[in-house]
Design a protein around this ligand. Sequence first.
Ligand code: DAH
Length: 339
Amino acid sequence: MKERLESIKNEALRQIQESDVPEKLNDVRVKYLGKKGELTTVLKGMKDVAAEERPRVGQLVNETRAAIEEMLEETKAKMEAAIRAEKLKNEVIDVTLPSKKNMVGHRHPNTIALEEVERIFVGMGYEVVEGPEIEYDLYNFEKLNIPADHPAKDEQDTFYINKDIVLRTQTSPVQARIMEQGKLPICILSPGRVFRSDEVDATHSPSFHQIEGLVIDKKISFADLKGTLEVFAKELFGEDTKTKFRPHHFPFTEPSAEVDVSCFKCGGKGCRFCKGEGWIEILGCGMVHPHVLEMCGIDPEEYTGFAFGVGLERIALLKYEIDDMRLLYENDIRFLKQF
Ligand code: DAH
């Protein structure tokens, strides 16, 4: 019996030593100490042992069990410590490593220019409002004095959704929408995206941005328009900037003008930047056509007003001296972060 117990013990200890994972230790425990384990089997055989031998054999069995248990516990503790150490080693944080840089984007030159224009006009009491990019032909053309079959309609290469709905070709339809609401006086600025069926090149894009301005009140005159745009030009391009109003035609304004500013690079002498002209064209404007006022429910005998439309990209390209519009749409961070 003694030898049997001895060999059980040695066999168990050997298997414990050979175990490399806690699961195997558990198998050993079941095999030797479990209900159907080898030691239990020995205990069950005690009835065959002579009565006077039993206490000694019992003690031997207990000692064997204790030895195996102790070894199991010890090995388990060692194994768990090793596993924890390995885990800690794998999860170690090297605080001396350079940190991962969070790539923060950069405001787009269009956005910077827009915020600058908004700041100037909000400072003069304008409210910024937005209109839909998908617009009725009625607002985009008809109510702006551009009836069907009018040649002016041809000038804007329009994306039609159907015969009544277009991707707006200009921000001017917002004028009609605001006037129709009938709340007077009006003093608004309306920036937004517009669309034209144009090929992409250095100065064209099928989608670009405009900023529309509209002021309607009693006794608004061309002098107000001139004064407003003069302040705008000086704020945007510098105190010495001069403005020039050239007669032009827009269907929704009468009279209409295009506005040039003196070149802020050469001060008007003529340089490469202004193509030797000394002047740079920046926007279109005029006094709101009486017919437009009427169509939008405003009495032209009582109210007058002015409107203007600026190309946002044009402002951004000029202000930041960018010579190709396509750069604005490529979203290359190396380009964008220069502004
Ligand atoms: N909508 C015109 C365009 O896209 C720009 C414009 C000119 C707007 C004169 C106006 C204006 O409000 O009065 O070419």
